[in-house]
Design a binder for this molecule. Structure first.
Ligand SMILES: Cc1cc2nc3c(=O)[nH]c(=O)nc-3n(C[C@H](O)[C@H](O)[C@H](O)COP(=O)(O)OP(=O)(O)OC[C@H]3O[C@@H](n4cnc5c(N)ncnc54)[C@H](O)[C@@H]3O)c2cc1C
Ligand code: FES
Ligand code: FES
Length: 475
């Protein structure tokens, strides 16, 4: 008999009697009778289901907001789970975050407020600067009435945690350390495995060859949250130590196959600020705390945001299986519309991004209908090597322009070796039309996509122009 064990609002819980594909949201509302956490969209967009997970890190606890609607119950094994019911103290004293919302007249309807409270709690404990408020709230969609006062409440608590959760961090961490890990959860005919090492992962994959591999579940979770699919076997990568590896050297950065966006961001910000800025627009904090770059690659969506960047930066992907490892350029890993070179028994073990030589410029731009938490209509990524005012080599890759993320071969060939001036920009659209035949859909027509893609390259030229470089955001 196996059980998922966790702390729920400070109390130890053990659950062995529900399907592993039951969402954390359904479990909270149905089984634990904690109905403060709401279901709005059931697809990670609205934030009404935001809860906070505390994980043990270096003898303390790190808190992160996540969307309970996308998570399967065994994903909270070993965590301290906080819901809106658990923040006030036993004597009814409101948590500083709740009090700030009251003081700033920032409470809204009962549907969205609990999610805002939890996102703000995570922000309060995240140690980010006050400028991060917008980012911290981007995953909580309601803008009905009092958004400005919510921002004001957030500003008041931005100075950091001075609450009982901070005071008790060591005790909570010790309690989490006592929880035995659940690596094999079964219910009726369903199974959820959570291996802790690569060897155990390969064993699990060999035993259940048809099992679904689960990263953060921000793509896969929709199959259980929205489609209610009773997946028979799931194998989670999040606990596999080797896949959590993050390394950097003078040549490259390397991100393991279970590294989340949030974990990757410091290195991306340091070496590829434009890539970091893009990742901050991918989903919300709730999504980035769970989602992985490996999951984005394996999904191979034509509008997967990281793909054009990884292609442009000559990143490689290491695929591992029991038989050994092989390494492929990301460009050849993506083979078609939602198709990859991943073979049965293989897992994405790591993604390696070489650091560009000094003087090489890189930028990526995303066009979406909404700035935050929206998937791309078109995304472009560019890398430029210059010598004496000439573009020695230009690399350009796009998403949203074809069935998969692809390089713009004619653009690259036409502009390599030519003066890096706006003079050639007039030709861009025609060349792109020979490289791509984009589809039209509700996000944008084919002509719009071509024009937008050309605009992104023009923007790159302006921002890297030796004569008058400019940041367009600054205009
Ligand atoms: C609200 C919302 C907003 C989003 N916004 C964006 C956005 O702006 N841009 C964007 O690109 N995406 C977006 N996404 C999609 C999603 O967040 C990303 O694609 C994410 O990177 C998926 O990673 P994951 O770990 O959650 O993958 P999962 O959902 O766990 O898995 C996705 C696929 O990858 C496979 N997989 C996972 N890890 C591995 C591995 N190590 N080896 C082999 N296969 C693996 C799984 O088997 C599955 O097929 C959004 C999703 C949501 C719900
Ligand atoms: S219910 Fe909308 S994000 Fe979960
Ligand atoms: S959804 Fe609550 S006020 Fe908008």
């Amino acid at each position: 008999m196996t059980a998922v064990r966790f702390l729920l609002n400070g109390e130890p819980w053990s659950e062995a009697g529900v399907p592993p594909t039951m969402t954390v949201l359904d479990w909270l509302r149905g089984r634990a009778r904690l109905t403060g956490t709401k279901e709005g969209c059931a697809e990670g967009d609205c934030g009404a289901c935001s809860i906070v997970l505390g994980r043990r890190v270096d003898g303390s606890v790190r808190y992160q907001a996540v969307n309970a609607c996308l998570m399967m119950l065994p994903q909270i094994d070993g965590c301290s789970v906080l819901t809106v019911e658990g923040l006030a103290s036993a004597d009814g004293l409101l948590h500083p975050v709740q009090q700030a919302l009251v003081d700033a007249d920032a409470t809204q309807c009962g549907f969205c407020t609990p999610g805002f409270v939890m996102a703000m709690f995570a922000f309060h404990h995240g140690g980010g600067p006050a400028e991060d408020i917008h980012d911290a709230l981007a995953g909580n969609l309601c803008r009905c009435t009092g958004y400005r006062s919510i921002v004001e409440a957030c500003r008041r608590i931005a100075s950091g945690p001075a609450d009982r959760f901070a005071a008790e961090a060591g005790t909570i961490a010790d309690a989490l350390a006592q929880l035995p890990a659940c690596t094999d959860y079964r219910h009726a005919a369903q199974i959820f495995l959570a291996p802790r090492s690569l060897a155990a992962l390969f064993d699990a994959m060999a035993q259940f060859p048809d099992a679904v591999l689960l990263g953060g579940g921000t793509d896969l979770g929709l199959r259980v949250a929205k489609d209610r699919e009773p997946l028979p076997a799931v194998i989670a990568t999040a606990g596999v130590a080797e896949l959590k590896r993050i390394a950097s050297s003078a040549e490259a950065i390397e991100l393991g196959g279970a590294v989340t966006y949030t974990e990757a961001l410091p290195l991306l910000d340091e070496h590829f600020p434009s890539f970091g800025a893009l990742v901050r627009r991918l989903g919300s904090r709730q999504i980035r705390n769970l989602g992985t770059i490996a999951g984005n690659l394996a999904t191979a969506s034509p509008i997967g945001d990281t793909l054009p960047c990884l292609i442009t930066l000559d990143a490689t992907v290491t695929l591992a299986s029991r038989a050994g490892e092989r390494t492929l350029p990301v460009e050849s890993f993506i083979t078609g519309y939602r198709k990859t070179a991943l073979m049965a028994g293989e897992v994405i073990a790591a993604i390696r991004i070489p650091l560009p030589a000094a003087g090489v410029e890189f930028a990526t731009y995303k066009v979406s209908k909404r700035f935050d938490q929206d998937i791309s209509t078109v995304i472009g990524a560019f890398r430029l090597e210059r010598q004496g005012g000439k573009a020695v080599a230009l690399r350009a890759a796009y998403g949203g322009m074809a069935a998969r993320a692809m390089r713009a071969a004619r653009i690259e060939a036409a502009f390599g070796g030519r003066p890096w001036t706006p003079a050639w920009l007039a030709d861009v659209e025609a060349l792109l039309a020979r490289d791509f035949t984009p589809i039209g859909d509700h996000r944008g027509g084919a002509a719009y996509r071509l024009r937008a893609a050309a605009g992104l390259l023009r923007r790159f030229q302006l921002e890297t122009s030796a004569a008058a470089p400019m940041r367009l955001e600054a205009l």
